[in-house]
Design a protein. Structure first.
Ligand code: G
Ligand code: G
Ligand code: MN
Ligand code: NA
Length: 255
């Protein structure tokens, strides 16, 4: 309860911050984009992981203003890097909770933020879990269609951990599958696990979707996924999520 009141204030006090983790193009290893990941710099408790406060934000509805803040900050940052480098804005992926579908007109919010920041829609990717495809299907489908109409791209996060049906996947306007790190973690070990990652890559290919392997920590995992034809890679092997200053340097070095 104390944390809830604190979280409410955190938004207004500027205690939230965004870290950025690069996504790497498998073909030439350049930085293809970043995923924005929120953190809370609590005045007493220090840096708090989103795992500790996103669920609270979801149950209290604070996820709506928090989600808007993260999206605005990530787009603003992409535009600032673009001005600094003279290059087009980097591709930016932002996590969206299923609760943001329930409690707000997500497409209207995204359109406003794109206008406010000047971020081109096609540079923004929204990541959501399979639960968006599984609950309130018709209403969520309508929201996704409105989001696609803006020109943003859509990714399914932690793919393979839910149980969305293949029929839903075909019906929903999804561009990218992010292979959950549990499938990447066990690559190289005995058993079915390599087969599962490979199956998701092939599923993506047959549906015309790109694939991002999450949680790559070792070269062997990278090599295996590259051989499978996975499009993008993300994980501690390349970089942890880092503050904006460091992410900007990664972007410059990768040019
Ligand atoms: O940053 P980290 O890897 O610790 O993230 C932990 C979890 O918090 C992940 O599941 C991630 O998707 C989620 N998360 C991080 N930032 C955001 C955000 O801005 N919005 C939402 N909804 N989830 C986020
Ligand atoms: O659910 P989502 O994919 O948004 O979660 C991102 C989370 O995964 C963040 O907490 C991030 O810190 C974490 N993460 C990113 N790369 C790696 C990795 O290589 N290994 C592990 N263990 N976690 C990772
Ligand atoms: Mn994510
Ligand atoms: Na994920």
């Amino acid at each position: 309860l104390e944390l809830e009141a604190d979280l409410r204030l955190a938004l207004t006090r500027g205690e939230l911050t965004v870290h950025y983790q690069p996504t790497i193009d498998m073909t030439d290893s350049h930085v293809a984009g970043f995923e924005a990941l929120v953190r809370w710099q609590h005045p007493v408790r220090g840096l708090i992981s989103p795992m500790a406060f996103i669920p609270l934000a979801e149950t209290t509805g604070l996820i709506v203003p928090l989600g808007r803040w993260v999206l605005t900050e990530a787009c603003r940052q992409a535009m600032e890097w673009s001005r600094q480098t003279g290059r087009p804005p980097v591709k930016m992926a932002v996590n969206v909770s299923v609760r943001q579908f329930d409690h707000s007109d997500l497409a209207a919010m995204v359109r406003e933020v794109l206008t406010e920041t000047g971020m081109p829609a096609d540079r923004l990717c929204l990541e959501m879990t399979e639960s968006v495809l599984m609950t309130d299907t018709e209403e969520n489908l309508a929201q996704l269609v409105r989001l696609k109409a803006l020109g943003v791209t859509l990714a399914i996060d932690d793919f393979g951990t839910g149980y969305s049906s293949l029929a839903y996947l075909r019906r929903f306007p999804v561009d990218t599958l992010k292979i959950d790190r549990s499938f990447v973690e066990r690559l190289g070990e005995q058993g079915d696990d390599a087969a599962l990652a490979g199956t998701i890559v092939q599923l993506g290919q047959s549906l015309g979707m790109s694939t991002v392997a999450e949680g790559i920590e070792e070269y062997g995992q990278l090599a295996a996924l590259r051989a499978m034809g996975c499009t993008f890679a993300q994980g501690f092997y390349f970089s942890r999520p880092v503050p904006a200053g460091e992410a900007g340097r990664l972007l410059l070095e990768s040019a």
